[in-house]
Write a protein that binds this ligand. Structure first.
Ligand SMILES: *Cc1c(COP(=O)(O)O)cnc(C)c1O
Length: 356
């Protein structure tokens, strides 16, 4: 990475905030965006001086590379406000490293660290009123990069745009989630880019997910593309299974995204002397456990919902419902991680990041 030193971000403030039009008690996820956005252009071989400006539509030529070849990567993180009014992020260094890991795989130039953190800080402080204190409130932060160069040549673009946009969010309750263990379609393949938060990975999931929706499932559990014998992950969540009191999750690979929530759950589980195994998980062992009653819980882990309990699953023609249990691992992890994120619990890990 080039050693860019940042002198200043140019800031253009909105003339009139839209915040008064927003009903913060009835937000649907990712629909409304704050007053400002961060933008940085890449051209002539370098990232240019970043800007913070009013959130607005952007203009690109129809030939822009991103529309044709999908050269685009993104991140998802959340900002919170604690009772003292401090703006907090959770492990944002990991998101920064991951967007560059994703970028590298998509032949997108890496983004300088100073720009990322100063951009975040300038933006979040400017839109601070959009981050509400109190239970369940957060600001979903979406950094992303697109290939903006005009021209339909099928090779890595020479021009890009890096953005950060922010959307106020409430605690996410998705209702009961039932998942289908998928054996026909694949999300990612070995040697591919499943580990990257690359736009195309999500586009390719929509159709199989629509088919699963028609069968009564909300989401898909993807299996490995070669044998379909091993579970991998869900759409935007890593997966955990609890068999008796043992917690299982699959290892990170080039087909499984290295989730910040997943690794936080693993650390917390280890520090609580929970029995946790990080290893390839066979579909057949989940079926056996569901049938003999030892499968106690399944849940997804990801920034949007933090922890999302799964109430049942389908495999081929069979349907399984999980028992309703008290003191679930899922609710323990959710409460603890949210307490860490919002400064309601001590942070022995140093995961909390105060925006200054
Ligand atoms: C974003 C994402 C996750 C979860 O990652 P977090 O860092 O915990 O938000 C898991 N799987 C996929 C495919 C994802 O895109």
């Amino acid at each position: 990475m080039k050693n860019n030193t940042l002198t200043s971000i140019s800031v253009e403030k909105t003339k009139e905030s839209r915040i008064h039009e927003v009903d913060f008690d009835n937000l649907s996820f990712g629909k409304i965006f704050t007053d400002h956005m961060f933008v940085c252009d890449y051209k002539d071989g370098a990232w240019q001086t970043p800007k913070v400006m009013p959130y607005q539509a952007i203009s690109l030529f129809p030939s822009a590379s991103v529309f044709h070849y999908g050269q685009a990567v993104f991140e998802g993180m959340k900002a919170y406000k604690d009772n003292d009014g401090q703006i907090l992020l959770f492990r944002p260094e990991d998101n920064f490293e991951r967007i560059n890991k994703s970028a590298k795989r998509l032949a997108i130039p890496e983004f300088p660290k100073e720009y990322f953190f100063e951009g975040l800080s300038t933006l979040l402080k400017l839109d601070t009123n959009w981050i509400k204190k109190g239970e369940g409130n957060s600001l979903y932060v979406r950094p992303f990069v697109i290939a903006s160069e005009a021209g339909v040549r099928a090779s890595a673009a020479l021009e890009y745009k890096f953005f950060i946009i922010c959307s106020p969010a409430q605690s996410y309750y998705s209702g009961e989630v039932r998942v289908k263990i998928e054996e026909h379609y694949s999300r990612a393949s070995s040697g591919g880019f499943g580990y990257a938060k690359a736009a195309g990975n999500y586009a390719g999931q929509f159709y199989p997910t629509q088919l699963a929706n028609q069968e009564g499932f909300q989401q898909i559990i993807w299996t490995d593309s070669k044998t379909h014998e091993f579970v991998e992950e869900a759409g935007t969540m890593n997966l955990f299974f609890r068999i008796n009191d043992t917690l299982l999750t699959g290892p990170i690979s080039d087909t499984i995204l290295d989730g910040v929530t997943r690794k936080s759950v693993i650390s917390v589980a280890k520090d609580n002397d929970m029995d946790i195994e990080v290893r390839p998980i066979k579909v057949s062992e989940i079926l056996t456990a569901a049938k003999n009653g030892s499968l106690k819980e399944m849940f997804g882990a990801g920034t949007a919902a933090v922890i999302n309990p799964i109430s049942g699953f389908g495999f081929r023609d069979e349907r399984f419902e999980l028992p309703k249990i008290e003191n679930s691992f899922a609710s323990y992890f959710k409460e603890y991680l949210v307490a860490l994120q919002t400064n309601k619990a001590d942070d022995p890990y140093g995961w909390r990041y105060v925006v200054e």
